[in-house]
Ligand binder design. Structure first.
Ligand code: AMP
Length: 504
């Protein structure tokens, strides 16, 4: 590891804690995704994975660090992404590297590097993970952002464009996020040459009122003039010449076909001549996903388009067409939370296993090993107090609690408590798995989908509760410090709330 300068360490911004100590905190624009928030992220990844499977896209992981030249060459030297936002540095060996600002260049590099041109085309891949952009941090704009993206390389037909647009739409739809797809065509290099001239000519007439960025873009990257979000430039943008009027016959035909397929699919889209996308490699079809309530597209949820020249530009085979898109996972997650969408939680256990006494603990840790393979389980075997264990069960909001005490060990039984209503029964260990399967069935809908356990569904289920077989008093079974368990779970809750949990 290189020797760090002392000043470098001291300059790290620190937060003063209530105890007067200084703690190192996250880098500006970067954040932790905590365990309790993971379910939203997993919901997005599960949904992208499902769509990837449905349409035959294979997962690819590319390195987070690549040679900076990859992005300079592909994304474009004069794009904001490369010029202003790329995290780049020279490493200890003298290599000039960059933390990936986007996913497409890495996937194209991998396609070329691994000779995927020899595979049946198109080669369809998807990815997800963090990207890094040194942008001004604000809501919905992070310096470590997360994207899920899809790329199909080696096919030029308009069906592919339409299908990719549909895939992103389907992901949003499956997640319950209402989007309107914004579609445009920016034609090929030839169409754009003519168009850029017309655009610059038009903007020059208004140069006195343009923002600083637009003045720069006029010379450096005229297409980006249409990306400007400055209020003062909006009326000028509104009246600007439209690229669609400059498309040559082939580009026009391609685009008309894409729109025909979208019409056929009844997919809600808006033909938006202002969508140009900021990167150099795009051509022909370009699109973005805007939330239905984001009329101006200030916070697009994703976007993509064709990049027919990129493979060749990066040293791959000539004329290798391609198309793809990426979704901004941070923003999709924010939408799910804003809409209070209920998402399944992979880590939500169904059953908590509590034990009391040394021999019960020994049997419990062994029994748990077979149960965890068949059920979503949780436990706190390191705790001795039953009260503390039940508090954990309560926090997990499990459906059932298994309780093993000395008497149960002696009799080869276990106590099963239905947490939605507090009924408890003694079950022979031999029948336990079958009983649990049967009882968990009531949380599965008729079409086999798991019913998400919320406070409302709990309340509904309590009223549907089945009659129990053998309710009993706990004391006779040696579960001495179980206290008021037999008088209902509320009693345990009260008791737990009143006391201080020992080691949780
Ligand atoms: P892009 O790669 O710029 O086309 O971005 C694709 C999607 O990623 C956008 O539509 C956003 O949803 C998301 N995105 C881009 N930049 C950021 C950022 N700095 N923070 C959070 N999400 C972002």
């Amino acid at each position: 590891m290189p020797r760090m300068k002392k000043t470098m360490i001291e300059e790290v911004p620190k937060k003063k804690t209530s105890r007067g100590k200084k703690e190192i905190i996250t880098v500006t624009g970067m954040r932790d995704i905590l365990p309790q928030d993971q379910k939203y992220w997993q919901a997005v990844y599960n949904s992208t994975k499902k769509i990837a499977n449905d349409y035959g896209y294979g997962l690819i992981d590319t390195p987070i660090l690549e040679y900076a030249e990859l992005y300079v060459k592909s994304t474009g030297k004069q794009t904001d992404l490369v010029e202003k936002e790329m995290y780049s540095f020279t490493d200890q060996g003298g290599d000039f590297l960059a933390a990936r600002p986007e996913g497409t260049p890495g996937v194209v590099r991998a396609y070329i590097q691994h000779g995927m041109v020899n595979l049946p085309q198109p080669v369809k891949m998807f990815y997800h993970g963090p990207m890094f952009r040194h942008e001004k941090p604000q809501t919905g704009r992070y310096r470590q952002l997360h994207q899920a993206g899809f790329e199909a390389i080696g096919e030029d037909g308009p069906t592919l464009d339409a299908q990719l647009i549909l895939m992103g739409y389907n992901i949003m739809n499956d997640l319950g996020v209402d989007v309107v797809v914004q579609v445009n065509s920016i034609g090929c290099v030839n169409c754009r040459e003519e168009y850029k001239k017309a655009l610059v000519k038009y903007y020059k007439q208004h140069s006195k009122v343009l923002c600083e960025n637009c003045l720069l873009r006029m010379n450096k990257n005229p297409m980006r003039l249409l990306d400007c979000k400055e209020l003062g430039c909006q009326p000028i943008k509104e009246e600007a010449p439209q690229i669609l009027d400059y498309l040559d016959d082939d580009c026009k035909k391609h685009f008309m076909k894409v729109l025909e397929y979208l019409d056929e699919l009844n997919l809600p889209y808006n033909l938006n001549p202002r969508i140009v996308r900021g990167l150099d490699y795009y051509n022909r079809t370009v699109f973005e996903y805007w939330s239905a309530d984001d009329i101006e597209g200030k916070s697009a949820l994703g976007g993509g388009g064709r990049f027919d020249g990129l493979v060749e530009l990066m040293g791959g085979r000539e004329n290798t067409p391609a198309c793809g898109f990426s979704l901004g996972v941070d923003r999709v997650v924010a939408k799910l939370r804003e809409k209070e969408t209920i998402v399944p939680d992979d880590y939500q256990p169904d059953i908590f296993f509590a034990q009391l006494g040394e021999s019960a603990k020994k049997q419990a840790i062994v029994l748990y090993e077979s149960l965890r393979k068949k059920f979503k389980m949780s436990q706190a075997f390191y705790k001795d107090s039953l009260k503390a264990q039940l508090e954990s069960a309560n926090r997990f909001k499990v459906k059932y609690c298994l309780i093993l005490g000395q008497k149960e060990v002696n009799e080869d039984t276990i106590m099963l408590r239905d947490m939605n209503g507090g009924v408890q029964e003694i079950i022979g260990l031999g029948k336990l798995e079958a009983e649990l399967i049967k009882r968990l069935e009531k949380y599965t809908s008729e079409d086999g989908v798991e019913i998400i356990d919320t406070d409302e569904t709990r309340a509904a289920l309590v009223s549907k509760k089945r009659p129990h077989t053998q309710e009993r008093d706990t004391e006779e079974n040696n579960l001495d410090d179980i206290g008021d368990l037999s008088s209902g779970f509320t009693a345990i809750e009260d008791e737990v709330e009143a006391g201080t949990p020992d080691d949780y």
